[in-house]
Design a protein around this ligand. Sequence first.
Ligand SMILES: Cc1cc2nc3c(=O)[nH]c(=O)nc-3n(C[C@H](O)[C@H](O)[C@H](O)COP(=O)(O)OP(=O)(O)OC[C@H]3O[C@@H](n4cnc5c(N)ncnc54)[C@H](O)[C@@H]3O)c2cc1C
Length: 465
Amino acid sequence: MTYDVIVIGSGPGGYSAAVRAGQYGLRTAIIEKDPRLGGTCLLVGCIPTKAFLHTADVWERFLNPAEDGIHCENPRLDMPLVLDRKNKIVSKHSKGVEFLMRKNKVDWIKGRARLAGPGKVEVTSPDGSKQILETQNVVLAMGSEARMIPGLQPDAKRILTNVEILDLTEIPKSMGIIGAGAVGVEFASIFHRFGTKVTLFEMLPRIVPLEDEEVSKELERLFKKTGIRVETGARAENIQRFDDHVEFSVTLANGKQEQVQVETLLIAVGRKANTDNCGLEGTKVQFERGFIKVDEYQRTGEPGVYAIGDIVFGTPLLAHVATAEGMIAIGHIAGKPVSPIKKNHIPNATYTEPGIGSVGLTEAQARAEGRKVKVGKFPFLANSKATILGRHDGFVKIVSDENYGEILGVHIIGPEAFELISEGVLALEAEATVETLMHTIHAHPTLYEAVGEAFNAVQGLAINA
Ligand SMILES: Cc1cc2nc3c(=O)[nH]c(=O)nc-3n(C[C@H](O)[C@H](O)[C@H](O)COP(=O)(O)OP(=O)(O)OC[C@H]3O[C@@H](n4cnc5c(N)ncnc54)[C@H](O)[C@@H]3O)c2cc1C
């Protein structure tokens, strides 16, 4: 039997692509080396971290219940229970992905896949046996794993990546985090609120370095205010693991050296594409900095071989990007009309407290493009729903072009910023102008009103600030 499509990897890119292929009536198989379906996102990424973040949000309220008019004696954070809850959420959704495979008549083949020549995929099953499958098209969706500092290996307690940290049964007293991208700051936000003394080290001059500069500054300010130590421009070296702690030296931004001792160290310095031993050597698949190069239809240089998600060069490593790229690849295979990824319309979401949501150009990027930039900003301090929630840190910032009121970017730091950003994404996708958004009616009292006010602020017409 020859498949129409074989998808390698069952993360959000792979499983969504397999579902869509099934919906289009293509004869489809998905190959996964992990015993469970769902990939990084579901098993050790987006979903378990957000389960922890939810617990951190609830726990924070329990620690200051009087702010909500409630007395609550001796609340206790029970880490085994927190893990159990997280594991149940992950299992439920992994089973959900299994169901989707059955529903869409996708064959789930367990094992590690590699390309074995044109139209051939070799699968090594968990028992070591091998089989060759034939297919018209292959979608590579092998995802990524944590990049380690050379010479270091993670373990269950001291030196951790996003995988081990999700199974800690006790809350560490202290934690160092190297790397302040989305993964580093989210774990900082979780464990600081769980009661761990957290220090965040970032080599670049600012945390969340891909966000608008003002957003980075605001998150750093708020992290410091709540007691997270943040060191930017800091380089950690000579990491040594001991039975009960980790030690390393840090060169701080001012040039001073410091010897740091922590109970656990999280390495969050980026991701590495899972492309080793996949039979790509000797094919026409091309790489850039370890990631696979694709065209606008997700085609690699090898005929009939597509690539999507974290293994792809040039698009952000995000679950929704992986899914969108899967839709494009399968649409192209099935001969359906597809709309290639518009990089400027991809939402970024960081689920710290306060959260971050952004889309489009930062102010600095817009200026660098030579745009006549006009900015509107509105603080959550002046939003009544934020006050009701007791979460009034942060702001909404609109970056627009003065000429025609074109919306160039929307940057939000504040409560539910990752939900609110969808208005900005839709505005960009629909090519709405600042004027359209100024006239859009936002329900009261909502956090969304802050978005509407920020659009009015572009013209100096915000009402409440
Ligand atoms: C801690 C953390 C939190 C994150 N939070 C978010 C978030 O909130 N929102 C967001 O959008 N993104 C988030 N991400 C990023 C997100 O997880 C990834 O962008 C997403 O999982 C990429 O999906 P993918 O389908 O490309 O690959 P993956 O999800 O990495 O899945 C790849 C799959 O391929 C399998 N595989 C690899 N090689 C083979 C092989 N040779 N044969 C068979 N199977 C193979 C792997 O076992 C894996 O199951 C987070 C990442 C981390 C680490």
